[in-house]
Design a protein around this ligand. Structure first.
Ligand code: UGA
Length: 441
């Protein structure tokens, strides 16, 4: 098998297919990445990935190459996992994907299978199939399939090998069966459907999850206004099996390379069909507003202005267990604080440099809080659960903690506030202030 593209999806796909017993070559146009992989390095930080990569390499089942032609021409199946970022209009930018298709078409074996894993707008795989029919001899029996991926960064290997469901999009039952054979060892419901249906399932799933998060955030604002806890509300509604409790965690909002982009792509696709996706527009607007909700909360304790205050941002990655900062809420909060005249120091356990941004990055989480007026937790890394609150308070100038992921237990924090004179805030949950007077810098 050939896997085109060595991003998150590509590398996890390549290593996992090797885990299933297939012989895999991962191909990328980026020579440095291939050199790094060949020399035993890892271009991304993903728990568990390095282990399965090393196992597969030892078994001789996984290799890397920049030579797409050589890899593709002797493959039974070619997986395309090339990124489809947002273009300026919001539509998915398919240029890199098409370049790869153009490049490999002449090398595709006659009875090969081209499996598109990249997230693409409905209709793309049919266009690819039509292009191949035009370019390849009539004798070619090449088939196109769409097999979207639902892995999450941070738990990608498990999500790939133990999925909730697999989607096999194809134009005919033979192609469905070939996908079934490739994934035979994986036990999960396997949905066989058309190409366009498969394409839509991927975007619609991400949009639905984003909508759930925005719903929780909308409720969180109401809970704040009423002085009640969004935790209880989310638990209460989530236990209804028709709703489900996952992705109902209120906080700083969603980020990453998938939800924001897929929402935009779905809205752009619908617009072409003269449809207005009101629910998705609201989902996006609520997410965008999270940073203002955080600003207001901070202003409420600093007498209406953040000017001159020192903030510590805990977490830069868009979520824990990844080094990815794409569309990370932390960066938006960073900009907001900067614009408001604040001074900011940031700390993240794995994001240790951001080449294009002038960010004051500390290498130690306590050092980052020195002389700080407020620690703002933006990524729910486990490290932030067990902080030494006494030590932190001693280092800080003022006693404010804003948990923008609602990751800490309010009862536990109430005890810490009482003990160390901290003031703990979160989103959609009552704040905790100690009985003792606060010492503010
Ligand atoms: C998402 C989907 O969950 C995957 O199924 C999909 O395969 C992937 O996109 C993709 O399209 O490739 P991912 O972007 O890795 O995965 O991250 P998630 O775990 O879904 O989290 C996305 C964002 O939502 C994060 O910023 C996270 O902090 C936030 N989030 C998540 C919340 O704010 N509240 C929640 O309850 C859950």
């Amino acid at each position: 098998m050939t896997v085109m593209g060595t991003g998150y999806v590509g590398l996890v796909t390549g290593a996992s297919l090797a885990r299933l017993g297939h012989e895999v070559v991962c191909v990328d146009v980026n020579k440095d990445k291939i050199r790094l992989l060949k020399s035993g390095g890892m271009p991304i930080w993903e728990p568990g990935l390095e282990d399965i990569i090393r196992d597969a390499e030892l078994e001789g089942l996984l290799d890397y190459s920049i030579d797409a032609a050589a890899a593709v021409s002797c493959s039974d199946a070619v997986f395309v996992t090339i990124g489809t970022p947002s273009s300026e209009s919001g539509e998915a930018d398919l240029s890199a994907l098409w370049s790869a298709i153009y490049a490999i078409t002449p090398m595709l074996p006659d009875d090969g299978l081209l499996i598109i894993k990249s997230t693409v707008p409905a209709g793309t795989c049919e266009q690819i199939e039509a292009y191949l029919r035009k370019r390849l001899p009539l004798s070619s029996r090449i088939a196109v399939a769409h097999n979207p991926e639902f892995l999450r960064q941070g738990s990608a290997v498990r999500d790939f090998l133990v999925p909730d469901r697999m989607i096999f999009g194809a134009a005919n039952p033979e192609t469905h069966n070939r996908l079934e054979e490739i994934y035979a060892p994986i036990q999960s419901p396997k949905i066989k459907c058309g190409l366009r249906e498969a394409e839509l399932i991927k975007c619609a799933s991400n949009a639905f999850l984003a909508m759930k998060i925005s719903y929780a955030n909308m409720m969180s604002d109401l809970c704040d206004a009423l002085g009640v806890s969004v935790d209880a509300v989310a638990e209460g509604i989530g236990l209804d099996r028709r709703i489900g409790s996952e992705f109902l965690r209120a906080g700083a909002g969603y980020g990453g390379s998938c939800f924001p982009k897929d929402l935009r792509a779905l809205m752009a696709l619908a617009e072409r069909e003269h449809l207005d996706m009101e629910l998705l527009k609201a989902t996006e607007a609520i997410n965008r507003r999270r940073v203002q909700v955080i600003r207001k909360k901070l202003e409420s304790v600093f007498g209406g202005t953040l000017n001159g205050k020192h903030f510590t941002i805990y977490g830069l990655a868009f979520k824990p267990n990844t080094d990815d900062t794409r569309e990370s809420p932390a960066l938006k909060i960073y900009s907001m604080l900067q614009e408001a005249g604040g001074r900011i120091t940031a700390y993240d356990p794995v994001v240790t440099c951001l080449p294009n941004l002038q960010i004051d990055l500390a290498t130690d989480m306590y050092e980052a809080a020195a002389e700080s007026d407020c620690v703002v937790i933006v990524t729910d890394w486990d490290q932030f659960r067990d902080l030494d609150w006494g030590r932190l308070r001693q280092l800080m100038r003022s006693p404010y903690i804003l948990d923008a992921r609602n990751m800490l237990d309010t009862a536990v924090m109430a005890a810490n506030c009482e003990r160390y004179g901290l003031h703990y805030m979160s989103l959609g949950r009552p704040s905790v202030t100690p009985d003792v007077p606060l010492t503010i810098g």
